[in-house]
Design a protein around this ligand. Structure first.
Ligand code: KIV
Length: 278
């Protein structure tokens, strides 16, 4: 099913209104051609800072800059007409103060044309979320496993197994929702915690490794289509194998070049195609 009946982009209030109603389908996009392919089918596209690993081969999202997010955000906005576009605020660009968060978010929105920003954090970010939303910046929250905190969390693991941690994640999601976020990502979190949050808060929960109880789901597109294979988390389901398909095409091309089978007359200028055999 596509969004083809929709006139213009889905809006932040429309996403919010889907709470407990129709599930919300979201994916990441970092480039114009990929965004263009995804746009008709998705409700929300996230220009995620996961581009650090997926596009730039970095070890974590910590090295991403605002300039990188602006460049990719602009490309995705230009290539799309229907999905809501959200751009991640990168590590170090918003945690210092609500004012810093506002300056970064305003720059990202003005320079990309995106409709909202995403930031990681719970109770400690609630004041900033309120500051932004009261000043016209829609905020998508992110709790549970937070990749920008990988150095303090000590790696990637499922969150919420211990009772104290479970209480903390629920309190984080509640704080972000009360502060005005329009939706919240729950990442790498056990099902009972995702369920409790989804039942308690008034905004949509978007799960990634947080079970089907959430109001919507998001995955990294390159994981979904088999383009990024360095590390595949348990929660990823692979729907295509474009990596193998690309290798096959590259091998066939190289073979044709080496055997002088490419280019053929059809791909040349000023070369007559041989007459068809009678
Ligand atoms: O950066 C990202 O891609 C994300 C999603 C996976 C939620 O934050």
């Amino acid at each position: 099913m596509t969004n083809s009946k929709r006139k213009g982009r889905i809006t932040v209030p429309q996403i919010r209104a889907r709470k407990g109603a129709e599930p919300i389908a979201c994916l990441t996009a970092y480039t114009a051609p990929v965004a263009q392919h995804l746009d008709p089918y998705l409700d929300l596209l996230l220009v995620g800072d996961s581009l650090a690993m997926v596009v730039y081969g970095m070890d974590s999202t910590v090295g991403v800059t605002v300039d990188m997010m602006v460049a990719h955000g602009r490309a995705v906005v230009r290539a799309t007409k229907q999905a809501l576009i959200v751009v991640d605020l990168p590590f170090g660009s918003y945690q210092e103060s609500p004012q810093q968060a506002f300056r970064t978010a305003a720059r990202v929105m003005a320079e990309t044309g995106c409709q909202a920003v995403k930031l990681e954090g719970g109770r400690e970010m609630a004041e900033s979320v309120r500051f932004l939303t009261e000043r016209g910046v829609p905020v998508f929250g992110h709790v549970g496993l937070m990749p920008q905190s990988v150095n303090t969390a000590g790696g990637f693991r499922a969150h919420g197994r211990r009772d104290e941690e479970a209480r903390r994640i629920v309190a984080d999601a509640e704080a972000i929702a009360e502060a005005g976020a329009f939706a919240v990502v729950i990442e790498g979190t056990v099902e009972p915690v995702a369920r409790e949050i989804t039942e308690k808060i008034a905004i949509p929960t978007i799960g990634i490794g947080a079970s089907p109880v959430c109001d919507g789901q998001i995955l990294v597109t390159d994981d979904l289509v088999g383009m990024f294979t360095d590390f595949t988390p348990k929660f990823v389901k692979r729907y295509a194998d474009l990596g193998s398909e690309m290798q096959r095409a590259a091998q066939a091309f190289a073979d044709d070049v080496r055997k002088r089978r490419f280019p053929e007359p059809a791909q040349c200028f000023g070369v007559k195609a041989p007459a068809a055999a009678e």
